[in-house]
Design a protein around this ligand. Structure first.
Ligand SMILES: O=C(O)CCC(=O)C(=O)O
Ligand SMILES: [Fe+2]
Length: 341
């Protein structure tokens, strides 16, 4: 894959929410579907991010038999998963060059799924990290509600956040590992990809990337691929790189296409020899509570700027779960009992 030009995404500072910040974040999400949240360490501490990556590295380095015990499958109701899509050899090219581990929501600090040995002893740390991701997502949703000028009597700032819950939502915390492709592997530089083009399904996604491990690309408003810098201009001396936020299909539907669910992918670095180096990332996919009705947002902003590409096209009120099921069925023919995404 050839390296695309870098996109300059807005960097939003949520430390002092205001009408201006609300407008800024709505415009960023309406234009690009992706934006950065300035990370000064107040919401999620740099050490906590470091630690989460450390645990991820330990897990992915653990023996294949260990990882194989938690493969996604109907037998474990999709709670857990070592999701390996690498094709070893051969000339059939499908799937991404990546591994991932998905956690469902935690309950009282405990995972609801069997965890592999290397992660089981860190359950409470992992749960805390997922909770801090959820809390930051709520801040983002509050900023959208401010930007949408939702009236106090209609639910105000909490309109979205009250429809999401740290335990009851269908949110997924995912650790991702894109291994360097070994010399002898059957790897075709301009064809193979680390994560194929897709959009995310839920409300919003938080994405943590590592300095020196680029690869994320998004489709720009002019429909071209552009790379997303890990450390954008002006954040070089922040305690931690800014956290990427992107809009998922559900929130785009809910806002009638005003907020964009942007297609993105992860490519191999073009300047690295062959398959490059290992890349790690962490994503938190926020979903609403499954039974939440996706009713029109009481907002003049959404009514006047919506694109007529979502909720106004629907003949019935979908729940969060039904929306997810439809997306899964469209992508894979899966039902939600088979797999969480
Ligand atoms: O690893 C990344 O940077 C992106 C991952 C991603 O887009 C996903 O898992 O949905
Ligand atoms: Fe994604």
């Amino acid at each position: 894959m050839s390296g695309a030009a870098a996109v300059e995404l807005p960097i939003i500072d949520l430390s002092k929410p205001s009408a201006e910040v609300g407008e800024e974040i709505v415009n960023a999400a309406a234009t690009y579907g992706f934006l950065y949240i300035k990370n000064t360490g107040r919401d999620i501490k740099p050490e906590a991010i470091e630690r989460a990556f450390e645990l991820s590295r330990e897990f992915f380095a653990s023996p294949e038999e260990e990882k194989a015990k938690c493969l996604i499958g109907p037998e474990n109701k999709g709670w857990s998963s070592m999701h390996r899509e690498i094709l070893d050899q051969g000339n059939q090219r499908k799937g991404d060059f990546k591994e991932a581990f998905n956690f469902g929501t935690f309950e009282n600090g405990k995972a609801r799924q069997p965890l592999p040995k290397s992660l089981a002893s860190h359950e409470s740390e992992l749960s805390q990290f997922a909770t801090s991701c959820h809390d930051l997502c709520m801040k983002v949703l509050r900023a959208f509600a401010i930007g949408f000028k939702i009236k106090e009597e209609d639910g105000g700032e909490e309109w979205f956040s009250s429809r999401h819950d740290v335990e009851k939502s269908s949110s997924i915390f995912r650790m991702l590992y894109y291994p360097a492709v070994p010399e002898e592997a059957d790897y075709i530089p301009d064809v193979d990809i680390r994560a194929g083009a897709h959009s995310d399904y839920g409300s919003i996604t938080l994405l943590f990337q590592r300095p020196g491990q680029p690869g994320l690309e998004i489709k720009t408003p002019s429909d071209e691929w552009a790379s997303v810098p890990v450390i954008p201009n002006g954040t070089e001396s922040d305690p931690s790189p800014p956290i990427l936020v992107n809009i998922g299909d559900l929130l785009s539907y809910w806002t009638d296409g005003l907020l964009k669910s942007t297609v993105h992918r992860v490519i191999f670095p073009s300047d690295a020899r062959r398959g490059g180096e290992d890349r790690y990332s962490i994503a938190y996919f926020l979903h609403p509570c499954p039974e939440v009705n996706l009713v029109p947002i009481p907002s003049e902003v959404v009514a006047s700027r919506g694109k007529g590409e979502g909720i106004t096209q629907s003949k019935r009120v979908l729940t969060g779960q039904q929306h997810l099921d439809e997306r899964l069925a469209a992508s894979y023919g899966w039902k939600s009992e088979d797999k969480k995404a």
